[in-house]
Design a protein around this ligand. Structure first.
Ligand code: PLP
Length: 465
């Protein structure tokens, strides 16, 4: 028998392929929520590290045979928790190639294939979103890092305009930057601000309306009352309601006051790629930076966020590093994000867009919206359920009469297994959220979910009354 390394590799990959396709084939029938706890999975994979190694194919076989009870059916059609996409077939398969190729994609001169694919993927996105085609697109791990990357660029740029060179002078003693956010911003904005040296108490919070949209009058008032370098963070797609800030009103107000405007569009920016939903993002192109995720709405595997900056010179000012052994060409990937070595995470995005085409991407987003609308009307038809938001995009939020009943329903849904959705607090009340984010969700999945929830609410009612 041949024990050469390349044969081991082929056998290991064959096992991974077989076991991956077997897992994917179970998605329609398996309970969506995992059946095993973290402790049980720690037992399954734990124990001391063996002294001797094992055959690679055997290791992959072990992983697949132990993993199953603790896996969540996220790539299936009835996972509606958080805001999480599925995996489009072309993106999944391309992601396997990325690992096999093992290209360190920080440098244009080292890895031309993957850097070219990412640059083209970035251009396609700018085109889909209607953003300036000269913007820099940095591929990062996700929305959190995209927000951080854009806001680090913003901080350096607004300080530069105030005559302060952050790279040379550092943050201590710099002019105070006003960091303005909406009341219903995503938590990753606060965390990005924290990494950048802004504490939560230093954030200037602008009031929002009942759907979580920043109020333009409140923004103007806040900006009129303060002065100094300014960053204003807006949002495309609030995680509970799916609401979009009114960019066409807000951005001109912020710019009148000299702001850098950043938009967190982790899942919402994709509305711009649908002719029928584009109206939600009107004015988005006026901003200075945009954060978005391909692993949400575009349905590529995890590890694919994009930090988009209008003027690449601002990105370079914030991120280009020294190091005489690094070779520079124009706009290397490592010039626009905090990372040096990294996987070619933009390749699956190229593959998904190539496979779907412009029309397929629009249809995908329209279908997420249509599924959300039909989920909302199905849920609203259940006695006792109240839908709490205007379903303009992909999010549906609902509750029962009491917080206790709402929370109990959330637990019952996960235990029953047909679908998974997650809880939240909205305006002081418990709520459940249903996020339509997967290409795999069909109208049958929506119907099955509504039927399951109808049954659970009926089961709950006699106990509650
Ligand atoms: C998901 C999300 C983020 C964070 O993105 P990750 O990819 O999870 O890091 C930020 N903002 C919004 C609005 C989101 O929905």
């Amino acid at each position: 028998m041949d024990h050469s390394g390349s044969d081991d590799r082929t056998r290991a990959l064959d096992v991974a392929h077989l076991r991956a396709t077997e897992f994917l084939a179970t998605l329609d029938d398996r309970p969506v929520w995992p059946r095993a706890s973290l402790d049980e999975m720690l037992q399954a994979f734990g124990g001391p590290l063996r002294e001797e190694g094992l055959d690679p194919a055997l290791v992959v076989e072990e992983i697949a045979s132990r993993a199953d009870p603790g896996l969540v059916a996220i790539p299936g059609g009835r996972f509606f928790g958080f805001v999480i996409g599925g995996t489009h077939p072309a993106a999944l398969a391309a992601d396997w190639l990325v690992s096999a190729w093992d290209q360190n994609s920080g440098s244009a001169s080292l890895t031309p294939t993957t850097v070219a694919m990412e640059r083209v993927a970035g251009q396609w996105m700018l085109d889909l979103f209607g953003l300036p085609d000269s913007s820099s697109v940095g591929f990062v791990t996700g929305g959190q890092m995209a927000n951080f990357t854009c806001l680090a660029t913003a901080r350096s740029a607004v300080l530069a305009r105030a005559g302060w060179d952050l790279t040379e002078q550092g943050l201590r003693g710099s002019p105070a930057v006003r960091f303005v956010v909406g009341a219903d911003r995503h938590g990753s904005i606060d965390r990005a601000a924290r990494f950048l040296g802004f504490g939560t108490n230093e954030l200037i919070v602008v009031d929002s309306d009942d759907q979580g949209r920043m109020r333009p009058g409140a923004l103007r008032k806040t900006l009129d009352e303060t002065s100094g370098p300014l960053i204003v963070c807006l949002q495309a797609g609030e995680v509970h309601t799916g609401a979009f800030d009114d960019f066409a009103s807000l951005i001109p107000i912020a710019h009148e006051h000299g702001a850098w405007v950043h938009i967190d569009g982790a899942f919402g920016l994709w509305a711009a790629a649908s002719p029928s939903l584009q109206r939600l993002t009107t004015g988005v192109e006026l901003a200075d930076s945009w954060a978005t995720d391909a692993h949400k709405t575009l349905n590529v595997p995890y590890d694919c966020g994009m930090a988009i900056v209008r003027d690449p010179a601002d990105s370079i000012a914030a991120f280009r590093t020294g190091g005489d052994y690094l070779v520079y060409t124009s706009l290397d990937p490592w010039d626009v994000t905090p990372e040096l070595s990294r996987r070619a995470r933009g390749v699956p995005a190229w593959a998904a867009m190539r496979s779907l085409g412009r029309r397929g991407i629009a249809r995908l987003i329209d279908r997420l919206h249509e599924n959300a609308v039909s989920m909302a009307s199905g849920l609203a038809s259940i006695d006792g359920i109240r839908v709490l938001n205007e379903v303009d995009y992909t999010q549906v939020m609902f509750c029962l009469d009491s917080d206790e009943a709402t929370r109990a329903l959330g637990e019952a849904v996960l235990a029953e297994g047909t679908a998974a959705l997650t809880g939240a607090a909205w305006r002081g009340r418990a709520a459940l959220r249903c996020s339509m984010s997967s290409w795999a969700t069909t109208s049958d999945d929506v119907a099955r979910t509504v039927t399951a929830i109808r049954g659970l609410v009926a089961d709950q009612t006699p106990a509650a009354s």
